[in-house]
Design a protein around this ligand. Structure first.
Ligand code: ZN
Length: 236
């Protein structure tokens, strides 16, 4: 069983009619529906209940999925650091859409993670760059999204270990839409689609990517704490 914890700040859905129409029970519920299966269990946490993201919960989480936008600053630094440490120990993490500016993602990247953006509901083609990568399994050549928020380069992240998807927008922009990183023992996937006013998390291609990403990020090796153990004697 892969244990997934989904964090969604859950603010837009409560204050914006257009968002509520798309995600009446919140983006976290849509993500739960997308991911829950016989082999994947999903627990959800929102900003209101963010204190639930304890050391214990993170230790019992194989893959953390993060969606945030308006309230990155309301996530306590202590929790962002806790998430960073859990990833270094081996927990998998998937950062969605505007989570590029979330505290844990920026800590893990070590850069500003800025990008250019435009909200015109452009059609996006999410092109597969690396068809042999496990996260691209079953996708074909591209995913077509009738409307998304446009994100464009330069995306000020460190060079990814693997760029699995490249987004191309109707207005001409290109963006590294699916990027893999390793930090410590942990695997990190950033995926750009998922603006709150569009039904992106109900798109079968996007759901397939998320399911694949959870399997890819599921830890192979994990330690319970960080540190450099001292050894008294040589082994031989
Ligand atoms: Zn957005």
């Amino acid at each position: 069983m892969i244990r997934v914890t989904v964090y969604n700040e859950y603010l837009h859905e409560k204050t914006n009619e257009a968002v509520r129409a798309v995600y009446p029970n919140g983006i976290h519920s849509a993500l739960r529906e997308a991911l829950e299966s016989e082999t994947v269990s999903v627990r959800t946490v929102t900003l209101d209940s963010i204190e639930e993201l304890t050391e214990t919960l993170l230790a019992e989480t194989d893959v953390l999925v993060w969606w945030g936008h308006r309230a990155h600053h309301q996530v306590p630094d202590e929790i962002a650091e806790r998430v960073q440490r859990a990833v270094l120990c081996g927990m998998g993490a998937i950062f969605l859409h505007s989570a590029h500016h979330s505290k844990p993602f920026k800590r893990l990247m070590g850069t500003t993670c800025d990008l250019t953006w435009r909200e015109n509901g452009d059609r996006e083609l999410v092109w597969v760059c690396d068809p042999a990568h496990p996260i691209a399994e079953g996708i074909g050549r591209f995913i077509k999204l009738e409307a998304e928020e446009t994100y464009g380069e330069p995306f000020t992240i460190p060079e990814p270990d693997r760029t699995v998807f490249l987004g191309n927008f109707e207005g001409g922009e290109a963006f590294r839409a699916g990027c893999c990183f390793h930090r410590g023992n942990g695997r990190i996937f950033y995926f750009q689609p998922g603006h709150e006013t569009y039904p992106t998390f109900r798109n079968p291609g996007v759901i397939r990517v998320l399911q694949n990403a959870v399997r890819w990020a599921n830890p192979i090796y994990r330690v319970s704490s960080l540190g450099s153990p001292h050894v008294e004697k040589p082994l031989v």
